[in-house]
Design a binder for this molecule. Structure first.
Ligand code: DGL
Length: 353
């Protein structure tokens, strides 16, 4: 009698657990770094006047009770800063924490909350150096949580939902803002005052709506488990700077960067990464001194800088950043220089990542 009662009880328990509502939820860790998503202002009508990096991660989580419907969530406050103040050291600390968590069997996905100013740099960095198939989702917001129609709550809910999704595995680092799923490699902040601020020049990977992901394309470049770079083997990142080009430009910035120890300089060029004839002699001199010159373009909607198109890159031993904007090119150059100084190897890396 007792045996039959127990086996029936076990049967009922097992069938209950099989129901989606009772099945064990994926474990997602939110690593908080600051930014507007943790911002607070004094007035609900002020969506641009506020202080970034104020609200702690536990309060962000507590503010979205529905997170519990999609995942078991816990938070860690890694930093509490505005992202324009990120340094290479911040990138390394964050990357090592993400890598350590990704190795844990009780972690199914990771979300990084981040200021939007340099979010695209951090997302690309993690895409290059963290060896995991698990979803890593970087998210921010354009309005503080105190503002009317704040976007952070839904952005964070979407990010946790994606990080908890099996179908987000193996797609590289993702950025979920404004219901879009973007590649951490491609996405960039294109507008500084709209909730639809982030765009990928080659298009989004898909959308996330009501906790469901809709995929329409996949990343084409090497990332995460397919990367030759490993955060666990990187202790420092070399200094790489960006010099913005324009009419009447001089070579002062380039020379000063080199004097201050830059190992490479990203030329944020006009058009196809063009170089003023007033600057070419200095860049050739710096190259001869061992500083790598990498031509990128500051054309807003993205470019495709081609070798030897308007500059004799082979003759000058310069590199091109392919389709990477200057700030992304800086990240890749710094990571690549931890492994090689060879021009041909560096250019290969820019083609492949
Ligand atoms: N200070 C900016 C930052 O932390 C705020 C912008 C934002 O997070 O949206 O990136």
């Amino acid at each position: 009698m007792l045996k039959r009662f127990l086996s029936r009880g076990l049967l009922i328990a097992a069938s209950l657990l099989a129901l989606p509502a009772f099945a064990a939820k994926p474990n997602v860790v939110i690593l908080a770094t600051g930014g507007t998503i943790a911002g607070a202002g004094a007035d609900a009508a002020k969506s641009a006047t506020y202080q970034a990096a104020k609200v702690p991660v536990d309060k962000l989580i507590a503010g979205i009770p529905t997170l519990a419907d999609v995942a078991q969530v816990r938070g860690e406050q890694v930093f509490q800063i505005a992202s324009e103040s990120f340094t290479n050291e911040h990138l390394l600390t964050l990357g090592k924490r993400v890598s350590a968590l990704a190795k844990q069997g009780d972690v199914d996905g990771i979300v990084v909350t981040h200021g939007t100013d340099t979010l695209e740099e951090t997302a690309y960095f993690l895409n290059l150096v963290v060896h995991t198939e698990k979803p890593i989702v970087v998210v921010g917001s354009m309005r503080p949580g105190t503002a009317m129609s704040a976007d952070g709550t839904l952005n964070l809910f979407n990010a946790v939902s994606v990080a908890a999704s099996k179908d987000a595995r193996g797609k590289g680092v993702l950025v979920t803002m404004n219901d879009e799923l973007n590649s951490g490699r491609d996405v960039s902040k294109m507008v500084n005052v709209k909730t639809e601020a982030f765009k990928s020049p080659w298009g989004a990977l898909g959308m996330v709506i009501e906790g469901r992901n809709y995929w329409f394309r996949l990343p084409a470049k090497r990332h995460t488990v397919n990367s030759e770079f490993d955060i666990d083997k990187i202790e420092t990142l070399p200094q790489v700077d960006i010099a913005y080009s324009y009419g009447n430009v001089s070579d002062a910035a380039y020379r000063n960067f080199a004097d201050k120890g830059a190992k490479a300089i990203i030329h944020a060029g006009t058009g196809n990464g063009s170089v003023s004839n007033r600057v070419v002699p200095a860049l050739r001199h710096l190259r001869a001194q061992g500083v790598h010159i990498i031509r990128s373009s500051h054309v807003n909607a993205g470019g495709l800088v081609l070798r030897n198109a308007e500059q004799p890159d082979d003759q000058y031993d310069w590199l091109v950043a392919h389709d990477l904007n200057p700030q992304k090119a800086r990240v890749l150059a710094a990571v690549a220089l931890t492994r090689t100084q060879d021009s041909k190897e560096l250019q290969r890396i820019f083609w492949e990542y």
